[in-house]
Design a protein around this ligand. Structure first.
Ligand SMILES: *Cc1c(COP(=O)(O)O)cnc(C)c1O
Length: 362
């Protein structure tokens, strides 16, 4: 079966570890001897309780999340978090600071403006969002409600390699496309969220890691389901959670622990992205689009000399088992998403194909 699988470079939903899917397949019909599947189990059952508790414990273990932070598994995708963050954290009369590093940050700004004033902390517009620079140098208004960044721009292929020092102002980060891809100093962050479908599992669940005390800010007018405190109080079980997606995320987390944790996955991600960027930099046929110092280790974006060649590249790649390489429709070009679950063999097969394609068309 596995030999028939292709290398899937899709930006999300994205490739999952084969071992994880095989484990899910093996226990799909009868979960660990209970006589029925986890997709059929009550979210109040002890079987599911073990699943969600195990997932939470592994998030804490992998990232070193302290006890004063809550771990939540919510619905509505990362896009619902754009609004929830502002609804819950915006303080009256105090602006929120947003760094605009591209489309996902811009969408978050749009939602935040519904609930208060937004001040631009940084704008990548002048550089066509190919640049982030040294965020440690950004001045942070200590009267602000919070500061907000998107740690990895999935579309443009940029990623923060330095985070702003926000002092006493809470730092919020959309880590949808690079969560658990590298070690992280949790003490720098007050709220992190990530849709699961890039680096954590299938679509349907959004991970939120937040300092519990931040939830106290929300006004009484915030709807129950959109209040962080509701989900903190009920341990993500206020209503029926996306049980099966949480189970799959749990398996991915176990796989990450078995792989050697974040230190090991960071090294592997380093190796994969380095190999690909090194190849691109040695070629004059392929051109990386992001500023070298701000390049993403998750989404590698590049261009070919002509759009017709890019279309042919995507087509020929798919024919040899390398799929999902078309760049986001808003920017064009090529994008190779090489999340945690993309094996090194996928990247080296892609590089071999790129060399061959250049030889034939360059
Ligand atoms: C994919 C993505 C989103 C949107 O996630 P949804 O779960 O589809 O709402 C938000 N932010 C980033 C950085 C993403 O990559």
């Amino acid at each position: 079966m596995e030999s028939e699988r292709v290398f899937n470079f899709s930006a999300g939903p994205a490739t999952l570890p084969v071992e994880v899917m095989e484990k899910a397949q093996a226990e799909f019909v009868n979960f660990r001897g209970i006589g029925y599947g986890i997709a059929e189990a009550s979210h109040r059952s002890s079987a599911f309780e073990e699943v969600i508790d195990g997932a939470e414990a592994n998030v804490r273990k992998l990232l070193g999340v302290p006890d004063d932070y809550a771990i939540l598994f919510l619905q509505g995708g990362a896009s619902t978090q754009f609004a929830m963050v502002a609804m819950n954290l915006m303080l009256p009369g105090k602006p929120a600071l947003y760094a605009d590093t591209g489309a996902w940050a811009a969408k978050a700004v749009k939602e935040a403006k519904l609930f208060g004033e937004v001040t631009e902390l940084y704008s990548g517009a002048d550089s066509e969002f190919t640049h982030i620079g040294d965020a440690t140098q950004w001045a942070i208004d200590q009267e602000a409600s919070y500061a907000y960044i998107c740690s990895n721009n999935t579309i443009r292929g940029t990623q923060y390699h330095f985070f702003p020092d926000t002092g006493d102002i809470p730092l919020v980060a959309d880590m949808s496309s690079d969560i658990l891809s590298r070690r992280l100093d949790m003490s720098r962050f007050d709220l992190i969220f990530a849709g699961a479908q890039k680096n954590l599992g299938p679509a349907g669940v959004t991970l939120v890691i937040m300092k519990k005390e931040l939830a106290d800010r929300a006004a009484d007018t915030v709807p129950t389901m959109l209040k962080y405190s509701t989900h903190i109080d009920k341990h993500s079980l206020f209503n029926t959670p996306p049980c099966f997606s949480i189970y799959m995320v749990g398996l991915v987390l176990e796989w990450l622990v078995e792989t050697g944790g974040l230190e090991e996955i960071e090294t592997i991600n380093e190796t994969k992205s380095h190999a690909l960027y090194e190849f691109i930099d040695m070629s004059i046929f392929y051109q990386g689009t992001a500023e070298p110092g701000d390049r993403s280790k998750m989404n590698v974006t590049f261009r070919l000399p002509e759009e017709e060649l890019e279309a042919l590249f995507v087509k020929e790649a798919a024919a040899v088992g390398l799929t999902g390489l078309k760049g986001h429709r808003s920017v064009g070009g090529i994008r190779a998403s090489i999340y945690n679950a993309m094996p090194l063999a996928g990247v080296s097969t892609l590089i071999d194909f790129m060399a061959d394609f250049e030889e034939r068309h360059g």
